[in-house]
Write a protein that binds this ligand. Structure first.
Ligand SMILES: *Cc1c(COP(=O)(O)O)cnc(C)c1O
Length: 387
């Protein structure tokens, strides 16, 4: 079967899955100037742009403290280190996420317990979380913490998850690598639970030009511990080490780049939401389109639909590719079904929702600079690939 060309009468510019060039073109002169400033002052490690960015990020999300760091994975790991998570502790993580969410738990010798997804939002299911806690206790583990993920940029359901944490005396770490900039019931991510982390990997909604990440918290003590861990567990002076830490610093040059990207981030989130609405309106008769909880704003790190069960995903992807429409699968396998994580416990024998989702999800091109013509072309392409 070969795909028919969608019936568009206009020419479209080549479509990228995530287009970083369009944004750069818009602010290149400002980024260049910022980089020149760093080259002139030469403070490459923990220079003034790092502190400036941390303040700007705190203002942006409303958290008391922002601790920038090396990447989004280290950000998660640093919080676990600061909280002394270790052998015998259970940390509850969604299975339908990027590996980093669970990996950091294993780093600390603790046990990741995999939780199923909510079928509507794809985020951690509170009912499965309760089952996971029971399972951990059966196994003689100490339930310690929950790592929620705001998958594809949509906030997890904090009003449902936080009461479960409270009931079992667990603290919550929000892995907002995809969702930083999003809002849950009017409140920005960054202030839910004990701490929130994000990633500045280039393709994330707020990305720099290399690796980077940040941790947000309202807890003064935790912020102090994290700042120490970021520089090898440093104490009062450079050669006084209070605890085991890492080299977890964020580069000054990356902070300089990110300051200019942060300045247009809110506008970009709004653009992403307009595009997502256009996709949703045009595609809801063909696929299961993403759901946004009431009073929530997604950052649309991915625009991910669920294909009808009878549809062959590989065929749809190759048909779309022929039309010049790139797509991707996030994620083709949940973590509990992967070699590295197969031995860790799951909330129930199967995690049916995420096992099913992984078979049928498909992510479409999404970034703030998808033109109206490209949106229309993508919509027609998806419709024709499905008919
Ligand atoms: C990207 C991502 C991370 C890791 O961020 P890095 O900066 O690449 O280390 C962690 N969790 C989730 C959910 C992610 O999407």
């Amino acid at each position: 079967m070969t795909a028919a060309q969608p019936s568009t009468s206009f020419q479209v510019d080549p479509i990228e899955f995530i287009d970083l060039k369009a944004q750069q073109k818009r602010i290149r002169h400002k980024i260049d100037a910022r980089i020149q400033t760093v080259l002139n002052h030469g403070a490459y490690i923990m220079g003034p742009e790092v502190a400036e960015l941390e303040h700007a990020l705190s203002r942006f999300c409303g958290a008391q403290h922002t601790i920038s760091c090396s990447n989004g994975t280290d950000a998660l790991g640093m919080v676990l280190m600061a909280q002394n998570v270790g052998v015998g502790d259970a940390v509850f993580v969604p299975s339908f996420t990027f590996a980093a969410t669970a990996e950091v738990v294993a780093w600390e010798g603790a046990t990741p317990v995999f939780i199923d997804s909510d079928p509507m939002t794809f985020n951690m299911c509170p009912k499965s979380l309760r089952q996971g806690i029971a399972r951990a206790m059966e196994l003689g583990l100490t339930p310690k913490a929950v790592i929620s993920v705001d998958l594809f940029g949509l906030p997890a359901d904090y009003d449902a998850l936080l009461p479960v944490c409270e009931e079992y005396n667990l603290w919550l770490l929000d892995d907002a690598a995809q969702g930083f900039g999003a809002k849950y019931k009017g409140r920005s991510l960054g202030t839910f639970g004990l701490a929130t982390t994000t990633s500045f990997f280039p393709a994330k909604p707020l990305g720099c030009y290399g690796d980077g990440g940040a941790i947000f918290t309202d807890c003064d003590d935790l912020a102090q511990r994290l700042k120490s861990i970021r520089v090898h567990g440093q104490g009062d002076d450079k050669y006084d080490n209070k605890r085991i830490g890492i080299n977890g610093r964020f580069d000054t040059l990356q902070a300089a780049v990110l300051l200019e990207k942060l300045a247009i981030f809110q506008e970009e989130i709004e653009a992403r939401n307009r595009i997502a609405k256009t996709y949703n309106d045009a595609l809801s008769a063909y696929v299961t389109v993403p759901v946004i909880l009431d009073d929530c704003v997604s950052t649309w790190a991915q625009y991910t639909v669920v294909l009808p069960k009878h549809v062959k995903r590989d065929q749809v992807m190759s048909d779309l590719k022929q039309m010049g429409i790139p797509t991707a699968v996030y994620y083709p396998r949940p973590l509990h079904q992967q070699g590295a994580y197969a031995e860790y416990p799951t909330a129930s024998q199967h995690l049916p929702v995420c096992e099913e989702l992984s078979q049928h999800v498909l992510s479409l091109p999404m970034h703030p600079y998808v033109t109206a013509e490209q949106q229309e072309y993508i919509i027609q392409g998806v419709r024709s690939a499905l008919s």
